[in-house]
Design a binder for this molecule. Structure first.
Ligand code: IPD
Ligand code: CA
Ligand code: CA
Length: 257
């Protein structure tokens, strides 16, 4: 039932993305001039939440655009109606709906769907991860120097030692390919599918990372914060790899290598 609701909600949100993509829609700005929100983000979040509450009226909801709908339920849905909104607003087909379900603080289900290239990633705790119903697995790469990595940058410049630009420069100076797709949820799923060997980002929110986290772990990868502690969607630093390059990539990020 929970899985059915998740898939129904993700499909409903994706229908909105498809409807608006490359069409005309209202765009407004959140804090930071390029942190956009479109009419489609609001419409997708509404239909996702309506779908969940129709089946589970008592569940707790955390949505990027509408905030928290708190209840005392053990179940909490974490929703990013469009991850990759800047791509979406520019007609770049790298964006998705991302939804995770937490039970008593543990993420038990996750789905990330990019309807524009028809890729549905799904994971259930303990049952593996799939892409369009086929099981996926992380890569076998054992060296950061031979890896293909992906990262993202926050909308407002983060000036700190080992900040996003410093880590990026460190890797690029060594000739390591580091891509930047513009959707953290897709970045994580592409690590799960073995397309990338690792991903790191300095400032993510729960709705960016929660579903992708489970998909990476269930595909055999590892996700932690930058200290190597267990992942929590409620802290900003996300390091996700195939497991084999995890400690080495962590040392690049922290400049301790
Ligand atoms: C953003 C994307 C991007 C990441 C940003 C996020 P949004 O989410 O995931 O890849 O670098 O930090 O805010 O705004 O498109 O939902
Ligand atoms: Ca997001
Ligand atoms: Ca979003």
């Amino acid at each position: 039932m929970l899985k059915t609701t998740l898939l129904e909600a993700v499909q409903a949100g994706a229908g909105v993305l498809k409807k608006y993509f490359n069409g005309s829609f209202k765009i407004s700005h959140k804090e930071g001039i390029n942190n956009l929100v479109t009419e489609a983000d609001h419409a997708a979040e509404k239909i996702i939440i309506d779908t969940i509450l129709k089946n589970h009226p008592n569940h707790f909801i955390l949505g990027e655009e509408s905030g928290e709908r708190q209840t005392d339920s053990d179940y909490k849905w974490i929703i990013d109606p469009i991850d990759g909104t800047v791509n979406f607003a520019h007609g770049i087909p790298l964006c998705c709906v991302s939804i995770a379900l937490e039970k008593k603080g543990e993420i038990i289900l996750g789905a990330v769907y990019n309807p524009l290239i028809n890729e549905l990633f799904f994971a259930e705790k303990g049952k593996g991860a799939t892409l369009n119903n086929h099981h996926i697995h992380v890569s076998n790469q054992t060296s950061v120097l031979k890896s293909c990595l992906v990262t993202g940058f926050p909308y407002t410049y983060l000036d700190s030692s080992n900040g996003p630009l410093q880590v990026f420069e460190r890797l690029i100076r060594l000739g390591i390919p580091v891509r930047r797709l513009g959707s953290a949820a897709i970045d994580l799923c592409w690590v799960a599918a073995g397309r990338f060997d690792g991903f790191y980002e300095h400032k993510l929110e729960a709705w960016d990372s929660a579903a992708g986290y489970l998909i990476v772990e269930e595909a055999g990868g590892r996700v932690t914060d930058f200290t190597g502690d267990s992942f929590s969607p409620y802290q900003p630093h996300v390091l996700a790899t195939n497991g084999k390059i995890h400690e080495e990539l962590r040392s690049f990020v922290n400049n301790t290598r």
